[in-house]
Design a protein around this ligand. Structure first.
Ligand SMILES: NC(=O)c1ccc[n+]([C@@H]2O[C@H](COP(=O)([O-])OP(=O)(O)OC[C@H]3O[C@@H](n4cnc5c(N)ncnc54)[C@H](OP(=O)(O)O)[C@@H]3O)[C@@H](O)[C@H]2O)c1
Length: 286
């Protein structure tokens, strides 16, 4: 298989890139920093490191165009995300979006659409999105259509789960629209151990708060194995089986994500924000 993985230089994405490459798959490791990507993966056979900054629409478009030019793409793993809890104030990107929202939702949405021609050219294409189990601590979370990018309600926790809710809704809606032409899954990832350098970059208080969580958290290599198993299974899933836990069992969607009307609204609003990119699967519309 030819597999593209976002955020492949660290954490789960790095372990997934190494695992898939070791099994002989051709891996396109999409990294915000090519230098960090090469230093993590430079000596690994079957891996090509390329630049992709999901918080930049220009970078999303360039990276997607290069993938489309290369021909069929069997699988895309939308792994990258920012969830830096030390980012206490909203950061607005050069494109004018709150950075968690653009990196974790708008970027992956536009990138998936723009590589959909390469996916559609593959025999049995698969896309994996990544949600977060921590969202269950926010049962009333909803999409804030009235202020998607607003610094007014932002906190790193709210911004992160808002973007993960949107990713989860996008996965289910894409599965519904594409039907059997595309296998879509969204893994509800539990707490995962952060890499030591990521942890060391946090302020002392956050390091202390993370320490017990990090000890109890899952090994990123274990979750990478689940990514691999989910994309290896190219059977298209019914929409109610898209959202799965670490045992690959379907789990209940966050309450707000369960409504098809809300999913369709988020889809059309997101699409309009990122310039209504064309999708190359029958039934999937901007
Ligand atoms: N860790 C957990 O406890 C946990 C729990 C639930 C869900 N998840 C989800 O699991 C996935 C992987 O998390 P992880 O634990 O492996 O995190 P991680 O170690 O922090 O790795 C995140 C990856 O995303 C990349 N990234 C961040 N901003 C980016 C941007 N603007 N453009 C492109 N790439 C960018 C990072 O690149 P840089 O090195 O350049 O920053 C890094 O490669 C994420 O979707 C996360 O939300 C994690």
């Amino acid at each position: 298989m030819k597999v593209a993985i976002t955020g492949a230089n660290a954490g789960i994405g790095l372990r997934a890139a190494r695992l898939l490459a070791s099994e002989g798959h051709q891996v396109i490791a999409l990294c915000r920093s090519v230098e960090r990507g090469r230093s993590a993966l430079g000596d690994v056979e079957n891996v090509e490191v390329r630049q992709l900054d999901l918080s930049s629409r220009a970078s999303v478009q360039d990276a997607a165009a290069a993938i489309v030019a290369d021909g069929p793409l069997d699988a895309l793993i939308n792994n990258a995300a920012v969830f830096d809890q030390s980012q206490r104030r909203a950061v607005i990107t050069a494109d004018g979006h709150e950075s968690f929202w653009q990196t974790n939702h708008l970027g992956p949405f536009e990138f998936t659409a723009r590589v959909s021609g390469a996916l559609a050219a593959a025999r049995s294409p698969r896309v994996l999105f990544v949600g977060s189990k921590g969202i269950i601590t926010m049962p009333r979370i909803r999409i804030r259509y009235e202020a998607l990018d607003s610094p007014d309600w932002y906190s790193p926790t709210r911004g992160y789960y808002h973007s993960k809710l949107a990713q989860t809704m996008t996965a289910v809606h894409l599965a519904e629209l594409a039907g059997p032409a595309l296998s879509v899954a969204c893994l509800r990832v539990p707490a995962v151990r952060l890499d030591a350098d990521r942890l060391a970059a946090q302020p002392a208080l956050l390091r202390a708060l993370y320490a017990p969580k990090n000890r109890a958290a899952a090994d990123p290599a274990t979750i990478a194995g689940i990514y691999r198993n989910l994309i290896a299974d190219g059977t298209p899933r019914a929409a109610d089986a898209v959202y799965v836990d670490e045992h690959r069992k379907p789990v209940a969607l966050p309450r707000f994500a369960a409504g098809p009307t809300e999913r369709a609204r988020l889809w059309s609003e997101t699409s309009a924000i990122v310039g209504a990119p064309e999708w190359h699967f029958d039934g999937v519309r901007a």
